[in-house]
Design a protein around this ligand. Structure first.
Ligand SMILES: [Zn+2]
Length: 383
């Protein structure tokens, strides 16, 4: 069981005047953040408490910030330095004296004029039933700002929204990213396991034979790669902007696909009283052997996302999840257990050289994962 936190992103629909107020606000809070950051850097003082003592009144007055907003700005700066310092300590920017390290530490951290800003319940209130928010801006409190959300998001927001939300401007649109805190549900003792095999042709295949095909997703990826190939020659700003936009659209599409797949799998497990058995994804890089390294990164990232969506959706539903050793799941016969490379005829077909069992290759792999789930659960719950 683990604590489930997830975010709901809703799009704001401000009127032109409301949008102008939001824009002025982000500009002001980020100018204030740059101010606080410069002071922190000059005095080499990075703790929230100390920064507040030295900058709070000044930024409140100079940038027209409400008390809460000024505190969030200072905390945002303190957090940014804490992250930088942790990165330095972990050696992720090279050894002392390396050019990357010097670049990162030779000047104060800066904040883009449209960098995201956290809001708490005192500067942002939600009227979820009528889909509006009331939000603090430098032009005063703006009320009745509309937002759009799916029925599922509305349910989630009204039941579980808690704590801070981030105001975000991206691709010409305004968003609020709300945090939802979900209570655990006790895990039901599973009656068998639904095995899930992850792949590229089929993103996910279950041991009961449902295949979630990756055709649409792969087509979107392919189109972007083609576009990148065409645009890479011109290093113009607009080409870069277009690619960035497409990359985000692709990520949204992939996330949406993963959500749908995860939901279908969890629903099936819940309906049949089973747990979910997944491959241990640490080995995924070895399994996805492709010639192009960036593709491996892309797919392993997407698999991890699907894995995490499955994890929290299962936790919400009280469905048990177990991770199993993925070794030889594609070469082993799920009927007699015989392992042989020749069992796998091609990408799609499996046929056992020992007992003659034949099945779609991914379904066979998913059946192996399911039985390893049963065995793994028995071992870990023996006591
Ligand atoms: Zn066999």
């Amino acid at each position: 069981m683990f604590d489930v936190k997830l975010v709901v992103q809703v799009r704001l629909l401000p009127t032109p005047e409301q949008a102008a107020a939001l824009e002025a606000t982000l500009r002001a809070v980020n100018a204030a953040a740059c101010h606080v950051s410069a002071q922190a850097y000059d005095q080499q003082t990075f703790r929230n408490y100390d920064l507040r003592k030295h900058t709070y009144t000044r930024i409140k007055d100079r940038y027209g910030l409400a008390a809460q907003a000024a505190q969030h700005v200072i905390k945002k700066v303190a957090d940014a330095y804490a992250t930088l310092h942790a990165t330095l300590r972990a050696g992720n920017l090279g050894q002392p004296g390396s050019p990357r390290r010097i670049r990162a530490t030779s000047k104060p951290i800066t904040f883009r004029p449209d960098a995201a800003q956290p809001y708490d319940d005192r500067c942002l209130s939600w009227q979820i039933d009528v889909r509006t928010v009331s939000i603090w801006t430098v032009a005063g409190r703006v009320r009745n700002m509309a937002f759009t959300a799916s029925p599922e998001q509305i349910t989630m927001l009204s039941a579980h929204r808690k704590g801070e939300s981030d105001l975000l401007f991206r691709d010409g649109m305004w968003f609020l990213i709300a945090t939802c805190d979900l209570p655990d549900r006790p895990v039901t003792v599973p009656d068998g396991f639904l095995g899930v095999d992850l792949g590229i042709v089929n993103i996910a295949t279950t041991s009961t034979g449902s295949r979630h095909c990756g055709k649409a997703l792969n087509a979107v990826r392919h189109r972007r790669r083609e576009l990148r190939r065409r645009l890479q020659a011109k290093q113009t700003k607009s080409a870069k902007r277009l690619l960035k936009k497409r990359r985000r659209a692709e990520a949204r599409f992939a996330a949406n696909t993963n959500h749908v797949i995860a939901k279908q799998i969890v629903t099936e497990a819940e309906r049949t009283g089973r747990g979910i058995a997944l491959e241990d994804l640490r080995g995924i890089r070895d399994r996805v052997r492709l010639r192009k390294p960036q593709r491996v990164t892309l797919h392993s990232w997407s698999f991890h996302q699907l894995g995490s969506f499955l994890g929290y959706k299962a936790a919400r539903a009280g469905v048990a999840v177990i991770h199993v050793d993925p070794a030889f799941t594609s070469q082993q016969c799920s009927s007699c257990g015989h392992v042989d490379r020749r069992n796998r005829l091609d990408q799609a077909s499996f046929s056992c050289t020992s007992c003659g069992f034949a099945e779609h290759a991914d379904v066979n792999a998913a059946r192996n994962i399911a039985s390893r789930g049963v065995a793994g659960w028995a071992v870990s719950h023996a006591a």
